[in-house]
Design a protein around this ligand. Structure first.
Ligand SMILES: [Zn+2]
Length: 412
């Protein structure tokens, strides 16, 4: 297949090529990037997809998703493990219409992601590439304790990590702050978690949004800090220096802020009947400064050189699934360029996931996980809404509003 577009964003944060085409080989990799005429001459039999005034870029990576997280469903008490699996499958496949080809799952119901990947391997389903934790770990009564594993003390945490690694976890997720200005895990517990992961060659991300929890997580040496809502410029500099990446999840907090604000404007102090909304309303005083913290500081933190990752973290129901284009739009609204925003969702994640030799850029020899959107994305990040074509390993998975996730004949 040859894909031809007017613009090509490679994903390195700076390069935009014009009037180039990409040849995808039989092996599902990017075989050659050259002028269309040259490729047509060299590969005369190939199917040609001519998009004209459009942009080709690497498939996007959502670095903070919860594919099987019951909280997002109002009647989650009704969800047995089979239904959770079906929900997770739909959730995963919805990635394609957003142009997402890789998802890092940062805590889901036990075993779901592992089984989804197994189903993909067997040819039962077509899903994006998934890199996953098992279920998050918090202290007893800590953040999200109803949905994750509660552990106390370094050895209990080490044991839980060992169990999760035994059961197939590829990353580990720790949660250590909630809405209040105090940390949950002790330094000793955080250090133990990081040590247990790193000596096994596993990376770990941590939910940390308030102080002094953020500093404790930097000291412990986590690989990624999730949210970092109230981090300071000094924190960002330390993270840049230590190679700790930051997944701000701007969209999640902005969404919650706007939802609560709307509710107050509509209903005033009247009690809310919806139990999940009730819970969120109780945190309104956190969401407003959270939204402002991202708005006012994102750019100065970005400028420290800290590795920024795009992640959506949508766990509220009624919220859009994997709204990565909106996350990137916020980043651009807060001061970076569209081309830089694309790097945050492509080659930065690839490096943090350790797959930069395989994908994350439009470059010869890498997997053809590709996305075509209408118009000049390098000037207008909202063009991401106009997804025309998505390939995963060179295979079409989305085109003109339709997902191509049919399977081969399993019984052949
Ligand atoms: Zn999350």
């Amino acid at each position: 297949m040859i894909i031809s577009t007017k613009y090509l964003i490679t994903g390195d944060g700076k390069t935009v090529l014009t009037d180039k085409a990409v040849y995808i080989g039989e092996d599902g990799k990017i075989g050659k990037i050259a002028q269309k005429e040259e490729l047509l001459k060299e590969f005369p039999q190939e199917e040609v997809k001519e998009y004209g005034d459009a942009t080709l870029l690497p498939g996007l990576m959502d670095m903070h998703a919860h594919l099987a997280y019951g909280y997002s469903q109002p009647d989650s008490f009704n969800y047995g493990s089979q239904l959770i699996m079906l929900y997770a499958l739909q959730h995963a496949q919805s990635a394609f219409e957003r142009g997402i080809t890789t998802v890092r799952d940062m805590s889901s119901a036990h075993g779901v992601c592992k089984n989804l990947k197994l189903a993909e391997k067997k040819g039962f389903v077509v899903i994006p590439r998934i890199v996953h934790t098992d279920t998050g770990i918090c202290m007893t009564g800590g953040h999200a304790w109803e949905e994750v594993e509660e552990m106390d003390g370094p050895w209990a945490i080490r044991k839980e990590i060992r169990k999760q690694v035994r059961d197939g976890a590829e990353w580990v997720k720790i949660l250590t702050t909630n809405r209040e200005p105090y940390p949950e895990f002790t330094q000793e517990e955080l250090d133990a978690a990081v040590d247990e992961c790193h000596r096994r060659g596993i990376k770990c991300g941590v939910h940390a949004g308030t102080n002094p929890g953020i500093q404790m997580c930097i000291d412990a040496g986590f690989d990624t800090i999730e949210h970092g809502t109230f981090m300071t410029l000094d924190h960002a500099k330390q993270m840049a220096e230590k190679g700790i990446a930051w997944t701000p999840t701007i969209m999640a907090y902005t969404y919650l802020y706007k939802l609560c604000k709307e509710n107050i404007e509509k209903n005033g102090d009247a009690p809310v009947s919806d139990p999940v909304m009730q819970k969120e309303m109780a945190n309104y005083e956190f969401f407003e400064p959270a939204y402002k913290a991202y708005r006012d500081h994102f750019k100065e933190f970005y400028d420290t050189g800290v590795t920024v990752l795009a992640g959506t973290d949508m766990v509220m129901y009624h919220s859009p699934l994997l709204p990565l284009p909106r996350e990137l739009q916020y980043m651009v609204e807060y001061g970076i360029t569209p081309v830089q925003a694309i790097q945050v969702a492509t080659s930065n994640p690839a490096k943090v996931l350790g797959v930069e030799k395989e994908r994350g850029l439009v470059a010869e020899g890498l997997d053809a996980d590709l996305l075509v959107v209408g118009g000049d994305l390098s000037r207008d990040i909202t063009r991401l809404k106009d997804v025309k074509f998505v390939t995963l390993g060179g295979k079409r998975v989305f085109e003109d509003g339709i997902r191509y996730v049919g399977t081969g004949n399993m019984f052949m």
